[in-house]
Design a protein around this ligand. Structure first.
Ligand code: NZQ
Ligand code: ZN
Length: 388
């Protein structure tokens, strides 16, 4: 196992009827900005409920944060934070609203051009660059990204999606009430299952470092998602299944399973280009890329793929090659069982688009990806060709 630092200060309030926690953890005299998305939280009545709990606090609202939140939208909220002296932000929504809120909070006290904050990539923004933020909490409405308990965000600007990491961007608290996700369209639930699944494989399907706890936690999350995936997509009000999805998605990307192990974020990096260029949903891009990536990288990932085959899919017989084949096939079938297509061609994208996608990977510096940093552009191209 590698050395690691683990830090996660986010308080989790899990379960039904937890909105009262807002009153407890938002300072009584705070001027509060509620951030939300395109309207689902308003339509469901959630924004009104949150405002009721906030009581006499001075409340401002900023709606319209779009999926794959855009820099141009978020800077408008930064203006409100500054002009109204906002002391606390409450993000009500999915990963996009929460990520957008992280950017708003980081940009609010930043003196320079806030596009600078998009240039750090996976390197955490140093505290000399951003030393003060507006504290924020979240009310999660879509289980998928883990953004509710991590310090990362992904912000869209021009034709790119830019990771932004900073230890000041952890939520103070997150309310995870599975019933708040019951209004989700099926495709968003399926996207969420796949996002959580792929976050887990990206911290697990690399090479062995004898990290027994992290491996078994990752396998537990993967097995849980496989067990409840179809049910939680089909039965939108099945509380037990949804509760397990919510907590799996949070644990998949709150730092625990990634501590002390190699990580391979290639699927996400290629997926980001597919969203930015072609508008394919985040979860769907992952369902397209992962099976092909596992095929192309089966030699580099052989030991962990065998462990995955045996422990997650219970494939006990056959030659090693056959076990790996079957594990990859079962992964694809699992995504498809959720109603998500796993081939680029099924999204109307042909081979002619691949050079453009590879060009964008190059433009964004994604030229040495993977756990061993030897996944060059020609290998990304092979992965894309395999996903057609
Ligand atoms: O905008 P509204 O009207 O709220 O509708 C949203 C949106 O259209 C809707 N929705 C959310 N909760 C709902 C609901 N509809 C009905 N009922 C509810 N309860 O769902 C749609 C998608 O929402 P979005 O927030 O975009 O989805 P998700 O949570 O999957 O977030 C995706 C974003 O997160 C980033 C992705 O890149 C993408 O931009 N990621 C962030 C990560 C992080 N911070 O750690 C990691 C992830 O890998 C991911 O990259
Ligand atoms: Zn993701």
């Amino acid at each position: 196992m590698f050395n690691f630092d683990f830090y996660n200060p986010t308080r989790i309030l899990f379960g039904k009827n937890r909105l009262e926690g807002i009153d407890k953890y938002v300072p009584a005299d705070a001027a509060v900005l509620i951030t939300y998305g395109g309207g689902s939280a308003r339509k469901s009545g959630l924004i009104d409920k949150v405002k009721t709990v906030l009581g006499n606090r001075k409340v401002y609202e900023f709606g319209g944060i779009e999926p794959n939140p855009r820099y141009e939208t978020l800077v408008k909220a930064v203006e409100i934070v500054r002009s109204e002296n906002i002391d606390f932000i409450l993000a009500v929504g999915g990963g996009s609203v929460i990520d957008g809120t992280k950017f708003i909070t980081l940009a609010s006290y930043y003196k320079g051009d806030s596009r600078d904050l998009l240039k750090f990539g996976f390197m955490p923004i140093p505290l000399e660059v951003v030393s003060k933020v507006v504290p924020f909490g979240t009310v999660l409405t879509l289980p998928a990204t883990g953004s509710e308990m991590n310090s990362g965000a992904v912000i869209s600007y021009e034709h790119g999606k830019f990771p932004v990491m900073c230890e000041l961007a952890f939520p103070k608290f997150s309310i995870l009430d599975p019933t708040l996700t019951f209004t989700l369209p099926k495709i968003q639930v399926a996207n969420g299952v796949i996002d959580a699944f792929v976050h887990t494989t990206e911290q697990y399907l690399t090479y062995p470092v004898d990290a027994k706890v992290q491996d078994r936690m990752a396998e537990g999350i993967l097995q849980t998602l496989i067990e409840i995936g179809e049910t939680t997509v089909a039965e939108s009000e099945n509380h037990e299944a949804r509760a397990n999805l919510v907590w799996s998605a949070t644990l998949a990307l709150n730092g625990l399973i990634g501590a002390g192990v190699p990580q391979d974020w290639t699927t996400h990096m290629i997926g980001h280009e597919l969203t930015a260029l072609l508008g394919i949903d985040h979860g769907q891009t992952l369902a397209i890329v992962l099976p092909s990536l596992l095929e192309v990288r089966r030699e580099q990932k052989r030991a962990k793929l065998l462990q995955y085959a045996e422990r997650v899919w219970h494939i006990k017989s056959g030659r090693d090659e056959e076990k790996v084949d079957l594990a990859i096939q079962k992964t694809r079938e699992f995504f498809e069982s959720l109603g998500v297509k796993t081939r680029l061609s099924q999204y109307g994208v042909g081979a002619d688009k691949i050079p453009v996608i590879v060009e964008q990977l190059k433009a964004h510096g994604m030229t040495t990806l993977s756990e061993t940093q030897d996944l060059t552009l020609d290998i990304s191209q092979k992965i894309l060709e395999g996903s057609l």
